[in-house]
Design a binder for this molecule. Structure first.
Ligand SMILES: Cc1ncc(COP(=O)(O)O)c(C=O)c1O
Length: 472
């Protein structure tokens, strides 16, 4: 070890911690000197698979509400929220208090029952629509969304005795070996051998970029018809699958909401053929789209619902699967994992649901989400680098193109992300070719904060939308 440890872990003085933040504040170059120090150490000591800090170049000191402060005293409005795990922003005082109280009581408990776990489970069940609440059982998974997907696949294979799965192009279901196989993005799996076999990808109803090459206005359901015929046609080459898994808004895929008619047709055919339908609400769940679960807006009843990310309200990991009782065929220990009993997450999650209900958070998502999408569409009308604006609730995407050629442009999307960062706004890129600026703000984002997001994004788009624009 050549490094002096005190130097390595303790850079110079930090600015005092602000009790709360009202607006972005940029006081150094980005990254500032202390962030540069931490980023350099991270590069030396952590794996080559580190991802977010490569583009969002800062080290974090603290966060509160919708804002993150870096170690140099720069404050950013956070539209990434730990990839959608902070429904109430950072460190909501009531949620923190609930977590602290639990910390003194009991922290990890495998799958033993506890008072707080029972409260959490019942609170989650209480959020289901009346029509299905009584039919569902809860299974706690290892604490990632990927593990909930793994559990669902195993359960469906057991229940049906079948072995293949249908997934959708553009979908994202995780980074473990099996969930990678269910994910559309090819780059992550092309270099890894032996991913889970037996996955068939079907087109998703992404009408703006119709996967069947049809005109946008021609249909809502051709994708569903194609799947339906493939399931019914004895010559389609596809065996009856153990499950169909889908997101209702493709998040990592670029904030693409599915067409309602498409989803309803998929539900109808899977029901007719007794194929369990897994709705992956790892990202859309917990109010992100304006209802507690996105499936409520599609008027369907899933066989399996997966949730994780925002469940605890403070990013304390917990994930679960809710499934129809008729699927409950597995034996004790069929899907286990050490960290299924995160009591801190349960306590925080119970408090989070209370706050979401008491503070009208879903109404906020609907109202401010609608405002954001309307304003983003106004911006799109005057900024040539915007190819599309879309989303549902607080799961929004602005697709970026080259203003001259109108082709998707990663360099320009990346310039926009950088401009935003340098002016105090954290946004992530996603979707095909990473050209979609994704907004995943806290669900309690205020109108004032929404206007800050719009202003910075509009300024960034102004910079790149003019052909003579200087490089940012
Ligand atoms: C829809 C969906 N499913 C599954 C996952 C995987 O969750 P995790 O990263 O917690 O494993 C994600 C993560 O982004 C997701 O968006």
């Amino acid at each position: 070890m050549t490094q002096d440890m005190t130097q390595a872990t303790t850079p110079t003085q930090h600015a005092p911690l602000s009790p709360s933040y009202q607006a972005p504040r940029i006081v150094t170059a980005i990254p500032g000197p202390q962030s540069t120090h931490y980023l350099k150490l991270q590069k030396e000591e952590e794996s080559g698979a580190v991802s977010y800090p490569r583009k969002l170049t800062f080290a974090i000191k603290a966060a509160r509400g919708s804002f993150i402060e870096d170690v140099d005293g720069n404050v950013y409005l956070d539209c990434l929220t730990g990839a959608g795990v902070m429904p109430l922003g950072h460190n909501h005082p009531r949620v923190i208090e609930a977590a602290k109280k639990q910390l003194d009581t009991f922290t990890q408990g495998l799958d033993f029952p506890t008072r707080i776990k029972t409260e959490f489970r019942q609170a989650q069940l209480s959020m289901l629509p009346d029509a299905i609440r009584e039919q569902m059982l809860v299974h706690f998974c290892g604490p990632t969304g990927s593990d909930a997907v793994e559990a669902a696949i195993k359960l469906c294979k057991l229940y049906t005795g079948r072995d293949e799965i249908i997934s959708f192009q553009g979908g994202y279901h995780g980074a473990s070996h099996a969930t990678m196989a269910l994910t559309g993005l090819r780059t992550v799996k092309e270099s890894i051998g032996n991913v889970m076999p037996g996955v068939h990808f079907f087109p998703y109803s992404n009408c703006n970029a119709c996967p069947l090459g049809l005109r946008k206005e021609s249909c809502e359901t051709n994708c569903a018809t194609y799947l339906e015929r493939s399931l019914l046609d004895p010559n389609s080459g596809i065996k009856k699958p153990a499950a169909v898994i889908m997101e209702l808004v493709q998040g990592e895929g670029g904030a693409i909401p599915a067409q309602k008619a498409f989803v309803q047709r998929i539900r109808a055919i899977t029901r007719e053929l007794d194929i369990p339908l897994i709705i992956d609400e790892v990202q859309t769940g917990c109010g992100r789209t304006g209802t507690w679960f996105a499936f409520e807006q599609y008027d369907i009843e899933p066989d399996i619902i997966l949730a994780a990310k925002a469940l605890s309200g403070i990013g304390s990991p917990v994930s679960l699967m809710m499934y129809n009782k008729r699927l409950d065929v597995w034996k004790p220990g069929a899907h286990i994992g050490t960290f299924r009993g995160n009591q801190i997450a349960f306590a925080a999650g119970v408090e989070t649901i209370k706050i979401i209900q008491e503070d009208g958070i879903l109404e906020n998502v609907n109202e401010v989400g609608q405002y954001l999408i309307e304003k983003l569409r106004e911006i799109a009308a005057r900024r040539a680098a915007v190819a599309d604006v879309r989303g549902l609730g607080f799961m929004l995407g602005v697709e970026i193109c080259d203003p001259l050629t109108k082709r998707p442009s990663y360099p320009i999307a990346s310039q926009i992300q950088k401009y935003c960062l340098h002016h105090g706004l954290i946004v992530e890129l996603g979707g095909r070719d990473d050209v979609v600026v994704r907004l995943l703000p806290p669900l309690n984002l205020s109108l004032n904060e929404a206007n800050i997001v719009l202003q910075i994004l509009d300024d960034a788009l102004a910079q790149v939308s003019s052909p003579s624009a200087p490089a940012i």
